[in-house]
Write a protein that binds this ligand. Structure first.
Ligand code: COA
Ligand code: AMP
Length: 680
């Protein structure tokens, strides 16, 4: 058990504005003393220190690895009055798509595989593209966007697509002409899609006839049409990829254009020179309220950071095969399915399938063997699913996995059991399972074992050390910096390295308020963390109402909004509960209106269906109870954390500010039953 000490170092976080606040590493805030970490960490310490002592030298050097139309003469521009206001490479001119494709073709990689599409879910479909072929497709679709659909630099384009090559082509084509993509995960329902459409006001939406899930086809077009009905928008065209091998209802309207027809008639477009701080993309993520946050990423900073991370963090070289088993709708997919491997001249794998059931728990091992993947990056939930189906990891023994050198896990806590199972599966090959931490906001890893700089010894349950560029501290609510073994908020010192978010789309005030106000001079990650005596960082979970279901970040607040919308519901709470497969699942509690006569079973079914229809099936919202009361503090705050603890079967303390302690006694057996446990 962790010793959560109440002893605090009374050292306030810097609050003043100064011209070069980040010019030296503050010993007191640099809690993670990596000299205590034994083992061959090679160049890590040196690189880390340089990244904080002289970020301009560090990132200026990293920036040389990409091609610029105009090299930046300034590496980091800061506002001497406002610590929150800084820009990386402000006068550089660059194009990320050019760096992903044209550069490699120019430098002799034209015949190397750039993208491999492997789709066991549609019956072993396999298609691959060399760098030359992918460039041709991307340039042609960029021509479609520019000439046929009138998309100009800065226009937004929503991409709502399954995991098919056209999705990758569409993203890169946007980047080629400076259009700003906003990719929406295919598992979101029409209302969530509508929110994102309203939020970014796209000129064009690119979609497909259908997605494919293990037990069903998901027709996207009706969802898209419904979303367009619900959204406020000025969409001029929707482009639909008709999937040849998937039969789905796909009604075409006057605004709809067929991808294949458009491609047949288009002229290729060149990559346009873009200012370094041009908005590359918007990616909407869950916040504490139902209103999602449109994270904005810039162009050059992200390209430089991603390129650097491929070697220094993921230890993957040009020409090697990198596989991120995620979805293009998540930040991991943006960064490590699409952009980073291509920036680095690697082969990337686009996998349309599941870790189990397509057809079995050997699917991941097959892909590694078939394409010779050196690096696999996925969410722990994928391995938990494989572990459930194949407890002794026997399927791994049926494949030659000798190409695999590192396994990276992120997105949620990696439990030691699952890591041991991975170790057992890969025993013959001595492949380490490396846990690392990041967020949509940061765009690339913030804490982890920077394997490319020399791997530190692995400690299960911990995420090693900050990645060069990120300086972290642990603080309490008052901004006091906390010592080792004390749980607090993880805060990251400004400036964040290149690639981190620059604002929230259309809501800069919310950006400042959400991330930069509570701890002046620092970014507030929203995660509760402690550092152990060896300097290893332990991520313990969120401080807010965000939960992680099968590696998907979701807001319980948005589920509560959906429940509250039901005419029979007077009050509700959605809390996180531990789940063996998905890490966490949401569990709902509703109080019905006085006098309501609705049958409770029917109500529960309706509520489950509503969350499914409005948020999407990925929410995995299946457990809900009708209750007479919710535990509240005297100021009216629902004690969600306490309910979570009961759901997890953990001990809990009754806060002295609780309005009525008997409510917890009343709820306990209901929660136990809901979680499938017998109450004592
Ligand atoms: N489009 C439409 N529906 C989707 C979808 C998509 N792109 N992705 C998921 N869904 C649906 C599923 O069909 C399922 O629906 P159901 O309730 O009708 O069965 C629901 O959303 C939940 O899906 P999922 O989260 O995939 O759970 P699962 O129980 O089907 O599978 C795992 C469990 C562990 C196999 C699966 O969650 C998984 O592969 N996880 C990896 C997660 C990941 O890559 N995360 C990215 C972060 S790095
Ligand atoms: P997302 O923005 O979807 O990538 O989700 C980010 C959140 O996922 C973080 O704030 C953490 O709460 C959680 N998370 C990501 N990686 C890890 C990890 N390695 N261990 C524990 N939690 C993680």
């Amino acid at each position: 058990m962790m010793n959560v000490s109440t002893k605090i170092l009374r050292r306030a976080v810097a609050r003043s504005t100064f011209s070069r606040p980040w010019s030296s590493i503050s010993k007191a805030t640099s809690l993670v003393d990596r000299s205590q970490v034994e083992g061959p960490h090679g160049k890590y310490q040196e690189e880390y220190d340089l990244s904080r002592r002289d970020p301009e030298a560090f990132w200026g050097n990293a920036a040389k690895s990409i091609e610029w139309f105009r090299e930046p003469s300034v590496i980091l521009e800061q506002d001497s009055q406002d610590i929150n206001n800084y820009r990386w490479f402000p006068d550089g001119i660059v194009n990320t798509c050019y760096n992903c494709l044209d550069v490699h073709v120019k430098n002799g990689r034209g015949n190397q595989l750039a993208l491999v599409y492997d789709s066991p879910i549609t019956g072993n479909t396999k298609i691959s593209f060399t760098y030359s072929e992918l460039l041709e497709q991307v340039a042609t679709f960029a021509g479609v966007l520019r000439d046929e659909l009138g998309v100009e630099q800065g226009d937004r384009v929503v991409i709502y697509m399954p995991m098919i090559p056209e999705a990758v082509i569409a993203m890169l084509a946007c980047a080629r002409i400076g259009a700003v993509h906003s990719v929406v995960f295919g598992g979101f329902a029409a209302k969530e899609l509508a929110t994102r459409i309203t939020d970014c006001d796209p000129k064009v939406i690119i979609s497909a006839s259908a997605g494919v899930e293990p037990k069903r086809i998901v027709p996207y077009k009706p969802l898209l049409d419904k979303a367009l009905e619900l959204a406020q928008h000025n969409v001029q065209h929707t482009v639909i990829v008709q999937r040849p091998n998937v039969k789905a209802d796909c009604p075409m309207g006057p605004k709809d254009r067929e991808y294949q027809t458009l491609m047949g008639a288009a002229q290729p477009a060149d990559a346009v020179p873009l200012p370094a701080n041009h908005m590359h993309y918007i990616l909407t993520t869950s916040g504490t309220t139902g209103k999602p946050k449109g994270v904005v990423r810039d162009t050059a900073g992200w390209a430089v950071a991603l390129k650097w991370s491929m070697g220094a963090f993921y230890d993957t070289n040009p020409g090697e095969v990198f596989w991120a088993a995620s979805d293009i709708g998540w930040v991991v997919g943006h960064a490590y399915i699409v952009y980073a491997p291509l920036l680095n001249g690697c082969t990337t794998i686009l996998y349309e399938g599941k870790p189990v059931g397509t057809p079995d728990a050997g699917a991941f091992w097959r892909v590694i063997e078939e394409y010779g993947a050196k690096t696999l990056f996925t969410a722990p939930t994928a391995f938990r699913a494989m572990k459930q189906a194949d407890p002794n990891a026997e399927m791994a023994q049926q494949y030659d996995l000798s190409s695999l050198k590192n396994l990276f896990l992120a997105g949620e806590h990696s439990d030691p059991d699952t890591l041991h199972w991975c170790e057992r599966a890969l025993d013959k090959y001595n492949v380490p399972a490396v846990d690392h931490w990041w967020q949509t906001e940061l765009g690339w890893p913030g804490v982890g074992n920077s394997v490319g700089l020399g791997r530190m010894p692995i400690k299960y349950g911990a995420c090693s050390a900050p990645v060069p560029g990120f300086e972290l501290a642990i603080a309490d609510d008052q901004g006091n910096i906390l010592p080792h073994n004390t749980l607090g908020d993880m805060i990251l010192k400004l400036p964040l390295p290149p690639g981190s978010l620059t604002t929230l789309y259309g809501d800069h005030d919310r950006f400042i308020k959400s991330y930069l106000t509570k701890y002046p001079g620092y970014y507030d990650s929203g995660d509760a963390v402690y550092v152990d005596d060896d300097g290893y960082i332990h991520i313990m979970g969120r401080n807010d109402d965000v939960i992680n279901t099968a590696g998907h970040r979701l807001s319980t607040g948005s589920m509560e909004e959906i429940l509250m919308d039901h005419s029979e519901v007077a009050d509700c709470a959605v809390v996180a509960a531990k789940d063996e497969l998905k890490g966490q699942i949401p569990v709902g509690f509703v109080i019905v209106n006085a006098g309501s006569e609705m049958d409770h079973e029917t109500l529960k079914q309706e509520l489950v269906q509503r969350v499914r229809n409005e948020l999407g099936p990925v929410a995995a919202f299946k457990k809900v109870a009708v209750v007479k009361a919710l535990p509240k503090t005297r100021s009216g705050k629902t004690l969600r954390g306490t309910m979570s603890k009961i759901a997890d079967g953990e001990e809990y303390k009754v806060t002295p500010t609780i309005e009525d302690p008997t409510v917890l006694e009343y709820l306990e057996p209901i929660i136990q039953e809901l979680m499938g446990r017998k109450s004592n």
